[in-house]
Design a protein around this ligand. Sequence first.
Ligand code: 13P
Length: 259
Amino acid sequence: MSTRPLVIGNWKMNLDFVEGLHLVQQLGVLLKSHPLEHVEAVVAPPFVDLRTVSSILDAERLAVALGAQHVNANENGAHTGEISTSMLSRLNVTWVIVGHSERRTHYHMTDEIVRATSQSVLRAGLRAVLCVGETLAVRDADQHEAWVESQLRSALEGLDASLHPLVTVAYEPLWAIGTGVNASSEQVKEMTDFIRRVLTSLVSSAPQVLYGGSVTPTNAATLVGESGVDGFLVGGASLKAESFYAILRACDDCYALKR
Ligand code: 13P
């Protein structure tokens, strides 16, 4: 881990704005009583919670950045039900998750749309967390590297160099998401090393590479300590302040030890 660790809580379609408010307040209590020194924390609530969460982060002066789970690639116009990057920026959102597998699988987010969305996010000056990862069938066929490389190339090839520093990648194998079966430290290491190698041919910066898929307070310390990953994209365990804080703490401690 060469840079400060990054941990992003993806709340998915959970927690209304009142519940979100409570979670961030509880997280704030933990962060104030046991401050973290190194880790960069981000929460990505549902769109309708953003305003409330933004206000509480600001009022409590919490060192937690705000992320969105998705955005439309267009600037504005006739896109009923969609949200634009400028709307997110106005709410102090600085991170956007792009191409999460749930959007790719269930909402027809093709590689082309992922590319357009990444570009739109980056051009707006927001930081993109590009999600890549294979299904179990692809891994069983030993095609996971080719699959992930193709997702990376399709999203990032030819990207304007000025935008490279805004790119972060999250490796989220679909078979590990929400299953309780995380990828092993060896698997995470193998794939994050591979992703870093592919990225050297695509971007001039050295993007942080995160892992996501059944990360919990129990496995976080081992995963971050053994795999060399730069942090986590956390789903279920980010819905409780204690478990999200424990994962932040594991990354903070690991960075302090290895530095
Ligand atoms: P879980 O941590 O619930 O497996 O979700 C991972 C994920 O998809 C984060 O984006």
